[in-house]
Design a protein around this ligand. Sequence first.
Ligand SMILES: O=c1[nH]cnc2c1ncn2[C@H]1C[C@H](O)[C@@H](COP(=O)(O)OP(=O)(O)O)O1
Length: 192
Amino acid sequence: MNFGPVSRQDSLQLKGYRHACHVMIYAPSDEKLFGKIPIRYAVLMQLRFDGRLGFPGGFVDPADGSLEEGLNREVGEELGAGLALAESDHMCTHACSTPPQKLVTHFYTKKLSLAELQDIERGAVTAREHGKEVMGLVRVPLYTLRDGIGGLPAFLSNSFVGNARCQLVDALRSLQLVREPWLQLAIKHSHR
Ligand SMILES: O=c1[nH]cnc2c1ncn2[C@H]1C[C@H](O)[C@@H](COP(=O)(O)OP(=O)(O)O)O1
């Protein structure tokens, strides 16, 4: 599927497209793996019912209200959390017209404290869709292990839904959660 960037506003004028909104929740972390490898940030994705990785969220209908109202509803169902995401949390929008589906994906990012993120992780197991559409939340490893594969390169080798992998890489880059040379190496060493 080929996704191209489009402005949030222009995307709402497109005819015959479905809209989906998803959010990347992240938090700074002082924790260290094995007491020495800095975790730096906890970044949340989820394992979906189809075995792919994606972000919390889902289809929204702009005719039913704002994109963010739809996103907050979807996130509530999947995480059981009232995040109150707003337009200011919007990061980017992409459109794809590859059959069978004309799809616009809107992507949001939300920075929380580690304690707030941990509350979401705990609450998610009691959310309505846990064990159904959502098999569980996962944290994205941002480091690369000494073998050059373990960590972010191996994570990026997973199967992602829609343009979720691009959304992840773009967010890690633009929020500067991973330094550019390490991000480039992780992409290069992932099996894609
Ligand atoms: O994280 C994602 N990033 C980009 N696109 C995604 C992501 N997750 C799903 N999708 C695509 C796949 C579908 O075409 C739509 C809506 O999917 P989903 O989240 O499964 O929607 P519902 O829960 O069924 O409302 O977006």
